[in-house]
Ligand binder design. Structure first.
Ligand code: NAG
Ligand code: NAG
Ligand code: NAG
Ligand code: NAG
Ligand code: NAG
Ligand code: NAG
Ligand code: NAG
Ligand code: NAG
Ligand code: NAG
Length: 799
């Protein structure tokens, strides 16, 4: 291998380097670097900067665009948007009722999702027939062929090994794309995307919030997404324009495109100050290198490997081995730093990217760095990333951050299994990892996620497609059947992770309600149906306030409510990640708790004395469910006494004064919802609920209108004179002042109204609010609601 220049001449370190702050030697090291082995820079000090851990933890501000699953759709947008190229809807199927009858796969399975709604969720055929619907299973029809390679630790699979050759062949010449409806639709969507982005300029290096703020994370993720799509398109069409486009993108992100300046020229081009970026660049380069292995010349392979080693693995190895040069940016590497519980998305995304990069180049790496790094990523992820879910599956951060964490974890497991034949125990390291797919299914409401806490940046290449992989790993075909109907399944990994022999109906036998009972992240949920998103859904949180990687809110008792295709009680989402102290800590005096969206007043819960909840809270949980599981058919009718409830003693969130208990339950066959607060001695209390609806209040009645639907809230029990009011979703005049920097204002909450009930008399009371969606069509609402203390709630207490 010939000695080549470390840097293109176009970017001498001495002038105009916008990232000079990262180079403590002012670039003086540049001349000497030229003499070193081009494969490795070990020994060159990486310029250290003082990193505010807070900013790093935050790390992921983005100008959210439409592909943020939870916030993509307008609140007034409901129902079908017709057939959609991204849903996997078979062409010709437009009618809900004809779908089950007309669309069958090669397997004979019913093709269930017939549209995507305004919330980007699948719309299913309706009906009571059970023909064509069956329990989730994997049969032998239309399956992958047998793997001709038996990879092992001693015998790594030849490239392509992140997506193996026999699957590429099975998909194309083997006819799987042609014969499987899901593959066919996904293939068309991916190649369509690859084609429509072919003439895009190379992704520019655009910093978001400074290099320690959000760095170039969105840049890295966009490159990863595009490289994946173009590389895939080349493999299935043999059209070299796609492969050439990958080369242009990689050459640019390597800093070698003289037309596009891409980051710093001192080895920190992929921005280790915000190490997630390095992880995602590694993944992009690994995929580009591996999938197009047969296309690249040896020179090109060397060139891509050069970046993987020098811009990625070298820094990753330093971080994971605890090299002092990495101490400023390796907080996420639990095994090197001794930091406990680094169980969030960072550890998964970074170890996932490093692992894919190491495995892609393993047998051509002249430095041994790939093998050395892999020996560190696996144990680090085992002890950290894979401990992300609690034993019940709930992700330690938030329902939104789940996407990043599980995508990184899935890419890592996929790379290990595909290259070596096993995942070295990662997936089994925590029983909660199996259940985190179940968590995802339950935390998805009938409109949005139960999207408590922070939401993170653009999703780009993070999807829920890990469910397709976990279905195989944990032998749970239900996970794959659930995810294959979602619009974001149109993605290259799906073409390898989905087992085409999976068949059945994902909701068959699935309980409607669930209590995720590990107190760290405790919550519970109930719904009226899995297949009809115009029904009812509630979810309530009763979790500890700490242990969420500083992505949580002070939100014990917080709830969301969906009915008739609308979210009536909703979440405000992330604050401004760059605001002062936003990620400083989860302590009571953290600046994070100054911001409205993170404060107790910004949640759908009780506000006492206008104060935040206590971060040391340890709320209890009490759950009951009729245990109803959906059957095979899409139509599900429950009896009028069918119910689910959850209540929590959240006194500790309010510093133990008096007693504060909150519960939620279905009444009237899951058509109405009761929210009840049993409170003993509170000086001043406000009941708060944030809604996108327009609100009209009349004493004990509030009429909410949203998306053409109506919901009535009535106070059916309460202290005398209790009545509804409305307030603005803005900080109270009694709140402590915010910092005064440019980024420190609260986010505006346009279109949101706070529905309130004030109680000032300080006595003991039960405040009961009944939510009645106006179903029309012969619906008869309850005329009376039994008054039952939360302590006495049972499955039959309200019959
Ligand atoms: C995949 O989709 C592309 C674009 O629609 C198409 O050209 C190609 O033939 C498809 N592959 C197969 C095997 O059907
Ligand atoms: C692409 O070309 C290779 C080599 O000629 C061939 O084996 C493969 O089947 C082709 N793939 C497609 C999708 O045409
Ligand atoms: C980028 O430039 C470096 C330094 O000249 C070189 O070693 C590497 O091969 C180049 N990589 C690509 C993808 O062009
Ligand atoms: C392969 O090597 C890894 C790491 O040494 C080890 O954890 C794993 O058990 C090995 N797998 C097999 C099948 O030997
Ligand atoms: C995964 O969890 C399900 C319960 O949801 C269980 O039935 C199954 O055995 C688990 N799989 C593994 C491999 O542990
Ligand atoms: C394909 O393009 C659509 C529309 O631009 C986008 O929503 C989707 O996320 C893209 N999918 C992939 C896999 O890039
Ligand atoms: C209002 O609608 C937006 C867009 O769907 C959503 O993200 C937000 O959570 C909603 N807010 C409330 C309070 O429901
Ligand atoms: C549920 O009730 C509706 C309306 O009465 C009816 O059309 C449907 O057949 C029922 N479904 C089942 C499974 O009984
Ligand atoms: C509870 O105590 C903490 C710590 O003193 C305080 O910051 C918080 O405002 C109190 N909250 C309530 C509701 O009393």
């Amino acid at each position: 291998m010939s000695q080549s220049k470390l840097y293109p001449e176009a970017y001498p370190m001495s002038s105009g380097n916008p990232n000079a702050a990262y180079s403590s030697d002012g670039g003086a090291g540049y001349a000497t670097k030229k003499k070193r082995n081009k494969w490795l820079w070990i020994g060159i000090p990486v310029a250290l900067i003082v990193i505010i851990l807070a900013a790093v933890l935050g790390g992921v501000l983005g100008s959210r665009k439409s592909n943020d699953n939870s916030s993509s759709s307008s609140s007034s947008n409901k129902g079908q948007s017709g057939t959609n190229a991204n849903t996997g809807v078979p062409s010709g199927v437009t009618s809900v009722n004809s779908a089950a009858a007309t669309a069958t796969g090669a397997n004979g399975e019913r093709y269930l999702a017939i549209a995507t709604d305004g919330y980007m969720l699948p719309v299913y055929a309706t009906g009571t027939a059970t023909a064509g619907y069956a329990a989730p299973t994997v049969d032998s029809k239309g399956a992958w062929p047998t793997d001709p390679v038996k990879p092992s630790n001693d015998s790594i699979r030849p490239n392509p090994r992140l997506a193996p050759a026999y699957k590429w062949e099975a998909l194309t010449s083997g006819g799987l794309i042609a014969n499987n409806l899901y593959f066919k639709q996904w293939n068309a969507t991916i190649v369509g995307n690859a084609s429509s982005t072919l003439n895009d300029d190379p992704t520019p290096y655009t910093e978001d919030g400074g290099l320690t703020g959000s760095g170039v994370l969105d840049v890295a993720r966009e490159i990863k997404l595009k490289v994946k799509n173009w590389a895939y398109a080349y493999k299935v069409t043999n059209d070299t324009k796609y492969a050439d486009r990958v080369w242009l993108e990689l050459r640019t992100a390597a800093g070698n495109n003289t037309d596009v300046k891409f980051g710093a020229d001192d080895g920190t081009r992929w921005n280790p100050a915000h190490f997630l970026d390095v992880g995602e660049f590694c993944a992009a380069f690994a995929i580009g290198y591996d999938w197009l292995y047969d296309f690249w010349t040896d020179e090109q392979k060397d060139a891509i490997m050069w970046s993987i080693l020098n811009l990625g693995l070298r820094l990753g190895h330093d971080a994971l081995s605890g090299a002092s040069s990495a101490s400023g940016y390796n907080w996420w590497a639990g095994s090197a730093t001794g930091n406990s519980q680094v169980n969030g998305n960072w550890n998964c995304v970074i170890n996932g990217g490093l692992t894919q990069a190491a495995i892609a180049i393993m047998d051509r790496d002249p430095t041994q760095l790939a093998a050395q790094t892999l020996a560190l990523t696996v144990p680090d992820a085992y002890n950290n990333c894979f401990q992300g879910p609690d034993a019940d599956g709930t992700w330690a951060e938030t329902a939104n951050y789940w996407y990043f964490g599980t995508t990184g974890a899935a890419e890592m497991v996929n790379a290990l299994i595909s290259a070596y034949g096993d995942d070295r125990g990662l997936a089994e390291s925590n029983p909660g990892f199996n259940l985190t797919s179940v968590y995802h299914m339950y935390v998805q409401g009938m409109t949005s996620l139960f999207n408590y806490g922070d939401h993170g940046p653009n999703k780009y290449s993070a999807t829920a497609n890990s469910l397709l992989l976990w279905a195989n790993v944990f032998d749970q075909p239900r996970y794959a059947l659930y995810q294959r109907d979602h619009y974001d399944a149109s993605e290259p990994w799906s073409m390898f992770w989905y087992d085409p022999a999976t068949t059945g109906t994902w909701w068959d036998g699935l309980a409607l309600d669930k209590h995720f009972d590990v107190q760290e992240n405790q919550w519970a949920t109930g719904r009226s149906s899995w297949s009809d998103n115009d029904g009812t859904y509630w979810a309530m949180r009763a979790a500890k306030a700490t242990g969420h990687q500083t992505h949580g809110d002070l939100d014990v008792g917080d709830f969301v409510l969906d009915a008739m295709g609308q979210r009536w009680a909703g979440e405000l989402g992330s604050g401004q990640y760059l605001s002062d102290g936003y990620f400083s800590s989860e302590a009571q005096d953290s600046q994070r708790w100054l911001y409205y969206r993170k404060r107790t007043e910004g949640q759908n819960t009780l506000l006492i004395n206008n104060e935040n909840q206590n971060v040391g809270t340890a709320p209890t949980g009490n759950f009951g469910s009729s245990g109803t599981a959906q059957g095979a058919a899409p139509s599900l009718n429950v009896t009028t006494d069918d119910t689910a409830f959850f209540w929590t003693d959240m006194t500790s969130a309010y510093n133990g004064t008096g007693g504060v208990k909150r519960g939620i339950r279905f009444l009237n066959g899951r058509k109405q919802i009761l929210l009840q607060d049993d409170v003993t001695t509170s000086p001043s209390l406000q009941w708060r609920m944030h809604t996108n609806a327009t609100v009209e209040t009349n004493q004990a009645t509030a009429t909410l209108k949203l998306g053409g639907e109506t919901l009535v809230a009535s106070i059916v029990q309460g202290p005398s004179g209790a009545s509804f009011s409305t307030a603005s979703p803005t900080r109270l005049s009694s709140d402590p002042a915010l910092p005064t920097g440019a980024e420190d204002a609260d986010q505006s909450n346009d279109g949101v109204t706070v529905l309130t009930v004030d109680v000032t008399d300080g006595g003991s009371f039960s405040l009961q609010v009944l939510f009645t969606p106006q179903w029309g069509n012969g619906f008869s609402a309850l005329s009376t609601v039994p008054n039952v203390a939360l302590d006495s709630w049972s499955l039959t207490s309200h019959n």
